[in-house]
Design a protein around this ligand. Sequence first.
Ligand SMILES: Nc1ncnc2c1ncn2[C@@H]1O[C@H](COP(=O)(O)OP(=O)(O)OP(=O)(O)O)[C@@H](O)[C@H]1O
Ligand SMILES: [Mg+2]
Length: 216
Amino acid sequence: MSEFEERYRAARRKVIETDLRRLNPMQRKAAMTTEGPLLLLAGAGSGKTTVLIQRIYTLLTYGRGSDTDFTPDWATADDLEFLERFPEQPDDAEFARARELCAIDPPRPWEIIAITFTNKAAGELKERLAARLGPVANDVWASTFHSACVRILRRYIERIGFERTFTIYDTDDSQRVLKDIVKELNLDAKSFSPRSVHSEIGWAKDLFIGPKEYAK
Ligand SMILES: Nc1ncnc2c1ncn2[C@@H]1O[C@H](COP(=O)(O)OP(=O)(O)OP(=O)(O)O)[C@@H](O)[C@H]1O
Ligand SMILES: [Mg+2]
């Protein structure tokens, strides 16, 4: 790396750190880690969701800027000088230029997915994203695992031979169907209880064993 590149990279990190100055050092480190997987393990109420929100903000604003050695070839000595000076006296009016100079391949909002288990947690995520990002937050995929998956399926399921208008069966629905099938096949309802057939199918699905292979 040339001296210019080295300085540009360091100045860029400093600017992004300045933008995230309200986080504590570990939170900031996490929010600035954009490449590869990241596990954040911390106690209740210690600021995990805050990191998630700030990390999405960092991604949208700076792309890989906080976590890459890459220096854009359009960067000038003037830009570098501006970035090195900026954190000393961060001026809101100049933040737009600083952000522009620090952004590397920022993703589009709909290229980000933030998923969680419960509707309550998903609701909190959406609300806090909206508070942090404004209207752009609507385009981020923030939801439960289930609703994210169903959205993907509604859009693309025709590609694997199903209709978009599919309905989702819950456990009760599934077991009712299994009961009918066991009856139709004249199997012993006691040895083939809906519950045990259901869990057997679940087991096969976990192991990626399809119907044909299972039949063997
Ligand atoms: N670095 C910080 N400085 C000051 N306040 C903070 C900081 N980080 C988080 N907070 C505040 O602490 C509170 C809890 O944060 P947050 O909701 O992110 O925690 P959490 O770990 O996700 O909590 P939970 O375990 O309940 O999901 C919030 O009010 C948040 O604004
Ligand atoms: Mg939380």
